[in-house]
Write a protein that binds this ligand. Sequence first.
Ligand code: DGT
Ligand code: CA
Ligand code: CA
Ligand code: ZN
Length: 600
Amino acid sequence: MTNSEIAKTLRDIAAVYSIKDEKKHYFQIAAYQRAADTLERLTIEASDLFVQGRLREIKGVGQTIAGYIEEMVKTGKVKHFEELKKTVPPAVFPLLNIPKIGPKTAFKLVSVLKLKRAENVVEELEKKAKKGEIAAIEGFGEKSQSDILRAIEEYYRGKTKTRRMVFPFALEIAERVVSYLKKCPEAKQVEILGSLRRKAETVGDIDIAVASDQPQKVLAWFGKYPEKERVIEVGDATSSILTSGQRQVDVMVQPSGAFGSLLQHFTGSKAHNIHLRTYAQSKGLSLSEYGIKSSKQITVNRKQLIANKKLLYQFSKETDFYEAIGLQWIAPEMREDTGEIELAIKHKLPDLVELKDIKGDLHTHSSFNIEPSHDLGANTIGEMAKKAENLGYKYLGLAEHNPSITAHNNNQIYDLLCRRNMVIEKINTSNTNITLFKLLEVDIQADGNLALDDKILELLDGAIVSIHSSFRLEKDEMTKRILKGLSHPKARILGHPTGRLLNERPGIEADWPDIFEFCQKNNKALEINSWPYRLDLPDTMVREAVKMGVKMVIDTDSHASDQMDVMRYGVYTARRGWATKENILNTLPPDMFRKWLENK
Ligand code: DGT
Ligand code: CA
Ligand code: CA
Ligand code: ZN
């Protein structure tokens, strides 16, 4: 039983409680949903933890539910759940897999439309929707009907899509395999390759290279990996296994002397390698994972290399491999064949931004309660400041969501922000190591107005403006909305610009070239949000922004102090978009950053 199967069962139980009585079972519902989230994001399988006797170590799962998970892993089902599920018609459960259909809607549809069989309930629902039967249900109407039809379409598409892992999820799995392989006495060096080394936002399978003179021993060791489900294949120097979470891991082995070309080859991308091979061929060189074949003498670092009898030159270092072809070494993040080879030939690759260049995080949510429109953070302003200091930052932006405008009048909002500003100022005067900026994440409403009044915005050093509602406007209307929101003098940064959620929700549609041009002309910045499920701006759009000379900031959107560590994922995204230090504003020292913030 996989984690996603367990999570699905936990969600079904939360749904049963919602259908019974949402208010009464409020805490159970929350607990089951939290446990399901936890299971879905866990990079180690619950079944493996069970075998290791560590099942109870899973954070975010209470004692009772942990007991049920144990029962599920042991016996494949939970008696208590079977009883609970009997209280709801079986056809409800498959409908819960359709985006945007919640438990109550599913229950109502099943009851009113008399959907009996779980096996074909989605097809039945689709038929009835096409006949207009959903629109006729009280409280539904034409719009809900077309929304449901679209959701069903999305659901069918999702089913045929292969499941790709978000980057940090894949990295954790890979790192466990690496630390296991490093314990093999015959393994001299172990490296993560493929899309993971290129820091792609999602990863299909995990590729790992090992330097060793005894490939068979390394592969046999790999075949005994404790979290393995089965071995897919074993060759002379390569092997693939499937982990218990149904993830594929490929391992390739080469002697240390040939390790550099192996690294290069299996880092990819495929397109990069094909282009590189073609270029090398034109110079009489033939590339492979084993090295370079050439009848001409190859010189690296002014040293003449020695080929073996088959005219094969081997490389222990990847940099030497590139040099042998006459190229500058290319950062893995750039290896997508979008112009990097042309620049490497001319030795003119950009110097990409690095994590150590980052001087501050601007988008963080503290627990200071300004009664916001969306979620609060978990740590105090002081704790967030401390964490920023520990990360070596010089400044930190507090950017809670704006106070809810339906629950407060302007005077109340003004007071709430004054109180927050006092806390910030107190830290700014007592702690000289770090500068706190008074920011806020302000909603851009559907009409393009910012959620807060000018007088209130005056209390801020600047605002991050974001879209958190009405994601489905027409492209033109959406573009106008964003431009209007950004036009406010206090609006300095466009937060998570596309609003996409990886594997979950596509981004909004807008005329991005127009928005980029506006930002460039008016000195506004685009955010690269580092949250692993966002990575927004996406890398390809970062590249466009770089080309157009738009400034960006890399932010974490942290809702707890330890989440500030995700900054590196935003930096990877920036690097995949070829951003240099000059493109990223939060590499500036504090006084210069403040100048930009105040638009001076
Ligand atoms: P992924 O796994 O879909 O996220 O993407 P990659 O880039 O990790 O692709 P993968 O795992 O198929 O292959 C790893 C690298 O190996 C790839 O980037 C280029 C290199 N490679 C060398 N020869 C081949 C080949 O014949 N087929 C493929 N697909 N890749 C090859
Ligand atoms: Ca791969
Ligand atoms: Ca692979
Ligand atoms: Zn936001």
